[in-house]
Ligand binder design. Structure first.
Ligand SMILES: Nc1ncnc2c1ncn2[C@@H]1O[C@H](COP(=O)(O)OP(=O)(O)OP(=O)(O)O)[C@@H](O)[C@H]1O
Ligand SMILES: [Mg+2]
Length: 184
């Protein structure tokens, strides 16, 4: 018998303080410029948010997807990729740490940093190079916050009910315009 609680998506909660000093996401002037809270009443609302984020992606855009295990980060990343026309399977990059997609609009890399041991592993994951060529969707950005660009769009998801999620969005001001058609 193990006293480890059963994991979600093959993950178990990590012991607190596993990465000292890297737990707190860096807040900066950019990420303060736009802020919005959105209620996602079901997966269809999450898909709609994903479609708007997809429309706003440019070369160099990083989307930091924050929230607890099972909050919906992968569901949102999948919605973004589907909106960009990706038809292939979009698995959670829990073990591979990164998956790359070619889309008609731009290349997109989907990261899940939950399992990185040291933030410096980010060097191998080539986020900077990815952003030179395309966009990046990053789950668990808190694991390597020093590597997350200042102008990232941050999406924090909170579980509000079985099928509802609260989304806290922040980032550069242009996102106010990109996301304005979404209903709260
Ligand atoms: N409105 C919603 N938006 C997103 N997911 C939802 C919603 N309602 C229910 N869910 C469910 O919540 C779960 C979200 O799982 P998902 O793998 O996306 O979480 P995650 O945040 O990526 O977790 P992890 O930290 O393990 O990677 C799925 O089972 C999904 O069906
Ligand atoms: Mg996930």
């Amino acid at each position: 018998m193990s006293d480890t609680p059963p994991g979600i998506n093959g993950k178990s909660p990590l012991p607190a303080g596993r990465l000292p000093g890297l737990q707190v996401p860096r807040m900066d002037e950019y990420s303060q410029a736009f802020g919005r809270e959105l209620m996602l009443h079901g997966p269809a609302d999450t898909e709609a948010l994903g479609a708007r984020i997809a429309a706003g992606l440019r070369v160099g855009t990083a989307v930091a997807l924050e929230g607890d295990l099972g909050a919906g980060k992968t569901v949102l990343a999948r919605s973004i990729l589907r909106a960009l026309g990706v038809e292939e399977d979009v698995p959670s990059p829990t073990f591979t740490l990164v998956q790359s997609y070619e889309t008609a609009k731009l290349p997109v890399r989907h990261y899940d940093l939950y399992r990185i041991e040291k933030a410096t592993e980010m060097e191998e994951l080539a986020l900077e190079e990815a952003l030179d060529e395309g966009a990046a969707l990053i789950e668990w950005p808190e694991r390597a916050s020093a590597y997350i660009p200042d102008d990232a769009l941050h999406v924090r998801l909170e579980i509000a009910g079985e099928n509802s999620r609260r989304a806290f969005l922040s980032g550069p001001h242009r996102w106010a315009r990109e996301l304005e058609t979404l209903k709260s």
